[in-house]
Write a protein that binds this ligand. Structure first.
Ligand code: GAP
Length: 462
């Protein structure tokens, strides 16, 4: 049973240190969230799983980390300055401001009136100013990137030549993006500051682009399944032609059931787009328009590719799988949420996170915290496990409470040190999902836990 709604996750996330409302001491900041001790681990584990899967496990993807603030001309030629708009309308009755495409039945969501101003464009790139310049100096204007993708395109040649890559190959990047969303909301689903995991897969102009879109959709469905998302909570949306972004010939969105309680339960988790050769050619100095004029007189580089076998030079096409870290984290939390009733008839929350994503892999718990030998042994076990997997020591409650707390944050294993452990050098390993217990020798513990975690690749660094 996944979470019945996002609100259930919001309260669990705050109670258990995953996500806090940002700037709460000053009354909060609409749509901003801070990731707590367990949230930062979960986000890092999602990003690491993605990086390992794309950059390490495959042989055709490189990684980069480009600047968040790029030359403003990048956003001019990418088309974002002209077209990265939301259409806004104001309600003349209550003065509320809304995205025109989100109005249902022509009724104001605040006051139900139907008296609207004309729709007008609002550019959603967040602006800043660079350097100690005058307030109104237009040359100081810069943007916080609204997508990580452009940092990849402008580095295409750098990566291709330095890493001696031949088509097809991809470049992956994970990092923050910013959008001045008109109507942020729904917890971490739509925020003004968020993180993306994007990959630009460069292919020949004669490749089978639509098939490659299908290929990456399948790859991501498998990856999401490895993170624990159930297939029935995912849905593929073929974006209609009239809704495609200016650079796309085809886009398939993978939607997640973020609103199981609603009639329309789906919202975008990620998109897979065929961006054609739009980006590489628009940033290139040699690309000419139909009238033979340079489309980019400001660029100093040509981002074309020379294909040795065919002796042809061209601008590669791009298939782009673009996913959000925060939306993946929310989907993972919703899917992992479950409830179980114990012998006493009490309902317990169990977060059945895939072990590779669990913030903590093993909690070492002393049965008696007033027994120095037991405490000492438990702490020593924690220290010995830490180099191979993320372990914590906890003695802040009775054993039942400690188990319940670890279940609620998704820890796959609890390791209990009891009186007998002092004699037989063995501990009890309790499984989060089945609550079954096994007696394991301390000398075999690291290997035992690693073996049980093995189907879910856990890196040494977690
Ligand atoms: N480079 C293509 C691109 O940025 P997008 O569909 O606008 O495409 C990709 O964004 C993903 O980034 C989305 O599917 C979503 O997961 C995430 N995303 C976009 N805007 C977001 C926001 N305001 N808050 C949280 N995540 C967002």
């Amino acid at each position: 049973m996944p979470a019945p709604n996002i609100d259930t996750i919001v309260s669990l996330a705050k109670r258990r240190g995953f996500v806090f409302p940002s700037s709460e001491v000053y009354g909060g900041l609409g749509s901003a969230w801070d990731y707590g001790p367990l949230g930062v681990e979960l986000c890092n584990n999602v990003k690491q799983a993605w990086w390992r899967w794309l950059v390490y496990d495959r042989d055709d993807v490189e990684g980069i980390d480009s600047s968040i603030i790029l030359n403003r001309l990048v956003w001019k030629y990418s088309g974002h300055e002209a077209t990265f708009n939301d259409w806004l309308v104001d309600c003349r009755n209550c003065k509320g401001r809304f995205r025109a495409d989100k109005i249902v039945d022509n009724k104001c969501p605040s006051c139900s009136a139907s008296d609207w101003t004309e729709a007008r464009p609002f550019n959603t790139m967040l602006q800043t100013k660079l350097g100690a310049v005058a307030e109104d100096d237009p040359s100081a204007l810069a943007y916080l990137r609204p997508e990580t993708a452009q940092g990849i395109f402008i580095n295409f040649l750098n990566v291709q030549t330095s890493m001696r890559r031949k088509l097809p190959f991809g470049i992956a990047q994970v990092g923050k993006s910013f959008r001045n969303e008109v109507t942020p909301g729904n917890f971490i689903l739509r925020t003004r500051e968020f993180e993306q995991m994007e990959m630009e897969y460069f292919v020949s102009p004669t490749a089978e682009h639509s098939k490659l879109v299908d290929y990456w959709v399948e790859q991501y469905l498998e990856w999401f399944s490895s993170l624990g998302l159930t297939r029935e909570n995912l849905y593929l949306y073929e974006v209609p032609k009239e809704e495609l972004a200016h650079y796309s010939k085809r886009t398939v969105d993978i939607m997640y059931r973020y609103f199981p309680e609603r009639e329309k339960p789906w919202e975008e988790l990620m998109g897979i787009a065929w961006r054609t050769d739009f980006d590489l050619s628009t940033h290139s100095k040699n690309k000419l328009d139909e009238e033979g004029k340079r489309i980019n007189p400001d660029s100093t580089e040509d981002l074309s590719y020379f294909d040795e076998p065919t002796k042809q030079r061209f601008y590669p096409h791009v298939i782009e799988p673009a996913a959000g870290v925060n939306r993946t984290v929310l989907a993972v939390l919703m899917d992992a949420y479950s409830e179980k009733t114990n012998d006493k008839g009490e309902t317990r929350v169990i977060l059945k996170l895939s072990p590779q994503l669990a913030p903590i892999k093993a909690a070492i718990l002393p049965l008696a915290k007033n027994k120095p030998e037991i405490v000492g042994m438990a702490k020593a076990i924690k220290r010995s496990l830490q180099p191979v997997l993320r372990a914590v020591y906890d003695d802040t409650g009775g054993i039942g409470k400690l188990y319940a707390r670890q279940d609620e944050i998704g820890t796959p294993f609890c390791v209990t040190v009891d009186h007998q452990s002092l004699e037989d050098e063995a501990v009890t390993v309790r499984d989060r999902d089945t609550w079954e217990q096994e007696r394991i020798k301390v000398s075999d513990l690291a290997e035992h836990l690693q073996k049980r975690l093995k189907p879910y690749p856990v890196t040494e660094s977690v």
